[in-house]
Ligand binder design. Structure first.
Ligand code: G6P
Length: 611
């Protein structure tokens, strides 16, 4: 949440920062701003998306070789020009951008107000900035030292980046709990929340760790800890191409990412699944197999769509591995006092690897002796680094705020892990094991077939786009798919949608059913099939409009449904990675038909780095 970019070097800073902000806009888009340093410090900011900032700067002096930029997802203070970043310190000499939350800002603010500070915004960021300025002026120490002293008092999460009018050749940045990547160029440095604004210029990057300070000049990078000791920067080469973060001819990233799924699932399986030898190779699982197979209990910890992947994994792991599984919202898990034993294995599922609640949840569990296994998409992210072991989902950068390809990749990885553990534990027959390997192997081709439904689903979207509410129902493996389908619709089209276990709907949601309510059934052929047909009958009897995702060859449900979306047959354990795809397309096309910006739905952000 919130995107930050900074540049120092021989290029014009503004175009680099502006382009970077556009790439990071998925992290927040309620306001944006830049601070540029060329003799004097100029700060420009604007409520709204980055292109509104860009328009407002036409004709303005944006010449500079050092600058910082920010795109905001509001926490403290409503979206407005005033609350947009960068903020300027009271004496006007410092400018700062911030991603995160300063929890003790109220206390710091009172202290500063007593000293006569007056605040121009409602943000916690301005408080921290003036706190730094105050230390800088009164302790007569350098800015770097002032930042260090200030951060020792700060409670919360942050990435901060500062420009100092008195030191135009230096940018200072620090991190705790929010992501920060430095791009190392020839005689220039870049800084951003993720690598996407950087890869166009350099593939050499340094991931800054918590409690580290970066002091950047055009030709020098110094990393220090809060104790002022130097740290040798670990420069890594990024394995990321520019094309992966561009739209490539699609109208939206979301559609591109939905259409990438045959490839992302294939990439996820590649080098791991070997059908001819009936093996799965996953070093993270193999090297820790004792922990995994002897687990007394598995706890899946995640948020949002990743939490839905965890729910599906619960069914998969319990069936295949015979290990009890619990699935927890990271935000709940971290604040209650969960009972954790040494033999517990925590699966942290996260696309970004930076979700604040998931990070803290696993840190707490790790302290109590649990073994943490990360299922993460972004290589080198915080969750990947905190975990004891893990497996990447290899879905490539996901930029659309509503998660699609990362979800199916999570399902693939989690299923492979379960299969591998089950094989080791002997809780799966050879026949079923081989069958499921084949089913996974065939998934990319089946997804390709489902994507051919795109035009038909676009027509359905026109038909249902004016619905006020929608109900999504499923059973067994498809119950979490119903939750995910409802979430996608809510996120993208702002239609109120509820996901429910199909049998449970009799205990409440059935009261909502009338001739106006679309009820989307995820009803592919599985062991619950007869049961879900009864549930469809119950809805039909109350005149609900049934839209069903069904398997090829189903002759019963089409007769009960207003509309159907047909997917290839698959084992029920693999079915969710197929049945979710029509629902992703359905939500996408409804959002587009309603004229919404589906890549940047209101109030949401891709990576939730605040709690
Ligand atoms: C945000 C995103 C969701 C995502 C969730 C968890 O809410 O908009 O798409 O599922 O965060 O994110 P993670 O990166 O941990 O999977």
């Amino acid at each position: 949440m919130c995107g930050i970019v900074a540049y120092i070097g021989p290029r014009e800073a503004y175009p680099v920062i502006l382009k970077g902000l556009k790439r990071l806009e998925y992290r927040g888009y309620d306001s944006s701003g830049v601070a540029l340093l060329n003799g004097d410090l100029r700060v420009y900011k604007k409520k709204g998306k980055v292109n509104e900032l860009e328009e407002s700067l036409i004709g303005k002096d944006v010449h500079a070789h050092a600058g910082i930029g920010h795109t905001r997802w509001a926490t403290h203070g409503e979206p407005s020009d005033r609350n947009a970043h960068p903020h300027q310190s009271a004496n006007g000499k410092l400018a700062m951008i911030h991603n995160g939350i300063i929890e003790n800002y109220a206390q710091l603010k009172t202290e500063l107000q007593k000293k006569g500070y007056v605040f121009k915004s409602d943000t916690d960021t301005e408080v921290l900035l003036n706190f730094i300025e105050d230390i800088h002026e009164n302790n007569q120490c350098g800015l770097e030292e002032a930042v260090r002293i200030a951060l020792k008092r700060v409670v919360g999460a942050y990435v901060i980046v500062l420009l100092d009018a008195a030191n135009p050749d230096t940018i200072i940045a620090a991190r705790k709990g929010s992501p920060l990547v430095i791009g190392v160029g020839k005689g220039e440095h870049f800084l951003a929340s993720d690598a996407s604004p950087i890869i166009e210029y350099t593939k050499e990057v340094v991931y800054v760790n918590d409690y580290e300070l970066a002091i950047l000049k055009a030709d020098e990078l110094v990393l220090k800890n809060l104790g002022n000791e130097k740290i040798t920067p670990f420069v890594q080469k990024l394995d990321l191409e520019l094309a992966a973060i561009e739209k490539g001819g699609y109208d939206h990233f979301m559609l591109k990412e939905i259409f990438e799924q045959p490839d992302t699932i294939f990439d996820c399986l590649r080098g791991r699944l070997d059908v001819s030898n009936a093996t799965i190779t996953m070093a993270g699982v193999q090297n820790n197999i004792e922990h995994l197979k002897l687990a007394n209990r598995i706890i899946m910890v995640a948020c949002g769509t990743s939490w839905h992947a965890g729910l599906i994994a619960e069914y998969v792991f319990e069936e295949l591995c015979r290990i009890p599984v619990e699935v927890e919202y990271a935000s709940e898990f971290r604040y209650r006092n969960p009972v954790i034993h040494k033999g517990d294995v925590i699966f942290a599922i996260s696309q970004s690897g930076e979700t604040a609640d998931t990070i803290v949840a696993i840190e707490r569990a790790k302290e109590q002796g649990a073994f943490i296994f990360g299922v993460v998409n972004v290589v080198g992210s915080s969750i990947a680094r905190i975990s004891n072991a893990g497996a990447y989902t290899h879905a490539g950068p996901e930029i659309g705020v509503a998660s699609t390809k990362a979800f199916t990749a999570q399902l693939v990885v989690l299923t492979m892990i379960a299969l591998k553990i089950a094989k080791e534990k002997n809780t799966i027959s050879e026949e079923r094991y081989v069958h499921l390997l084949n089913e996974l192997h065939e998934a990319p081709e089946k997804v390709k077939e489902i994507l051919l439904l795109n035009d038909k689903i676009q027509e359905l979207a026109e038909k249902y786009k004016d619905a006020k509410d929608a109900l999504y129902l499923g059973r067994g493996y498809n119950f979490p798919v119903a939750l995910e389908g409802a979430l996608k619709l809510k996120e993208i089209s702002y239609i109120h949608a509820e996901g429910y276990a199909a049998a449970e709907m009799k205990h409440g949601p059935i009261a909502l059913v009338d001739e106006n309510l679309p009820v989307v059934f995820v009803a592919t052929k599985d062991s619950y099939h007869e049961k879900i047909i009864s549930n469809i009958q119950e809805i039909k009897a109350r005149k609900g409009k049934v839209v069903a995702v069904i398997s090829e060859g189903d002759e019963t449900i089409p007769q009960l449904s207003e509309d159907i979306m047909v997917v290839p047959q698959a084992d029920e354990l693999v079915a969710p990675m197929l049945s979710v795809i029509p629902l992703q397309l359905f939500a996408y096309h409804i959002g587009v038909a309603k004229g919404y910006d589906v890549d940047k739905p209101r109030n949401l952000a891709k990576s939730v780095t605040v709690e």
